[in-house]
Design a protein around this ligand. Structure first.
Ligand code: BGC
Length: 414
């Protein structure tokens, strides 16, 4: 049977600078220094009821695992990461540029860091791997965070200057740019749930951050397109598929409301300045009235319900609403035993082909993640990687599911 995936489909994996590079100094690393011990002490309370607790408890209770530290060492070992991509026949890589390395102080551009990312991009090109460059993936230079970060409209100019610098210096090596990653996740976890820096609980600020991130995207996209109209620019939009087991008017209303807040509130503000829509999909949520239910489905190591087939519904919904090409910019699972990842990917491939058969212009799929990394406030115990990373030696080892997936990609690309 011939596959529906287009010949030039982007088969890739994604990472983010702070989660893999190691030795970053930004608002996150400062927060880790202050909160690592607290997070380790609270781990049992937070995640002790999850299925794999016995397996992960030593790591989850170790404070040093809540500091990114050397992370996966990718700042120095990026060639090893690219080897992995090649081994599993991928032709695309999404990664982020760490703003705090490029502009450690307001009036200081670090040429060495720019050259470092240039070398990375050249290496990707020489290997025939298409880069997708993210500009904001949750981390901020400390000076920018101290000015109030994205809480303040007047701070957007600092981000757009960074955008302009990066794209004019490095734009010749890349075509795809993701301006902001998951604005709604960032604003709600940092400004409502108090789980990420600056750990505030302020609905108004959460709202302002989303609105300002939308403006930051729009302004950045204009700058990027002025530099070259052929660039493909988008955001990476987190989406959850909300559904209900009972078709009542209340459930329909609640789902409609949640879907709007999750997807459309932000998307409507940026869609005009998007060449495609980047979608990050991890989970679905079962709604009953005003409650979230836990359906009887497999869970990942973070206890998230796993319904990978629902990606089809997410893709079709965005396609019908916004009529733009779509790239899945993140999708994956925490699976330390690697006993669910192959099933997840197989189901996802079916979901994507089904979406393609319904007219969705799907252009790529980036699995999260290429390698095990620093999973924000959960630290280092959740394992999202296609490759495991030994925390002591930083040796990378592709998991069996990744080797299977590599063969699958080879067949799909031939
Ligand atoms: C983020 C990643 C994160 C992943 C798994 C996404 O929300 O963009 O940085 O590691 O989900 O939690």
């Amino acid at each position: 049977m011939t596959s529906l995936f287009p010949k030039d489909f982007l088969w890739g994996a994604a990472t983010a600078a702070h989660q893999v590079e190691g030795n970053n100094h930004n608002q996150w690393s400062e927060w880790e220094d202050k909160n690592a011990t607290r997070l380790a002490n609270h781990a049992e309370k937070e995640v002790g009821s999850f299925g794999g607790w016995e397996r992960v408890k030593i790591d989850a209770q170790n404070p040093s695992n809540y500091q990114s530290g050397q992370a996966s060492g990718s700042y120095d070992l990026y060639n090893k990461d690219f080897d992995l991509l090649e081994t599993i026949n991928m032709n695309a890589y999404r990664f982020s540029i760490e703003w705090s390395r490029i502009q450690p102080q307001e009036n200081e551009w670090e040429q060495q860091a720019i050259d470092h990312y240039r070398a990375m991009l050249e290496e990707l090109k020489s290997r025939g791997i298409e880069p997708a460059v993210t500009l904001f993936h949750f981390t901020l230079p400390v000076w920018f965070a101290n000015k109030g970060g994205f809480e303040k409209r007047k701070n957007i100019k600092y981000f757009t200057r960074f955008t302009e610098k990066i794209v004019s210096e490095l734009g010749e090596y890349a075509k795809y740019f993701i301006t902001v990653n998951e604005p709604e996740v960032y604003s709600s976890i940092s400004y409502i749930a108090k789980m990420w820096p600056p750990a505030k609980r302020n609905l108004f600020k959460a709202l302002m951050v989303q609105i300002n991130l939308a403006a930051a995207h729009n302004e950045s996209a204009r700058i990027i397109h002025e530099l070259n109209p052929a660039y493909k620019v988008s955001v990476a939009k987190h989406s959850i598929h909300f559904y209900s087991e009972k078709n009542t008017w209340l459930n329909r209303l609640v789902i409609h409301f949640l879907q709007y807040i999750m997807d459309d509130f932000f998307m409507k503000k940026v869609i005009k300045e998007c060449d495609f829509i980047g979608i990050n999909y991890y989970q679905s949520m079962c709604i009953n009235g005003f409650l979230v239910q836990s359906p009887k489905v497999l869970k990942n190591d973070l206890n998230w319900s796993m319904q990978p087939g629902d990606l089809e519904k997410v893709l079709v919904r965005f396609h019908k609403k916004y009529h733009k090409p779509i790239i899945v910019t993140e999708n994956g699972l925490a699976d330390g035993l690697d006993d669910r990842r192959r099933w997840w990917i197989e189901t996802t491939l079916v979901a994507m082909e089904s979406a393609l058969s319904q007219g969705v212009q799907l252009q790529g799929y980036f699995h999260w993640s290429l390698i095990d990394n620093f999973e924000w406030s959960y630290g280092k115990w959740p394992h999202f990687g296609l490759a495991a990373v030994d925390q002591k030696t930083l040796e990378r080892k592709l998991r069996p599911s990744a080797l299977w997936y590599g063969d699958k990609i080879k067949r799909l690309r031939s």
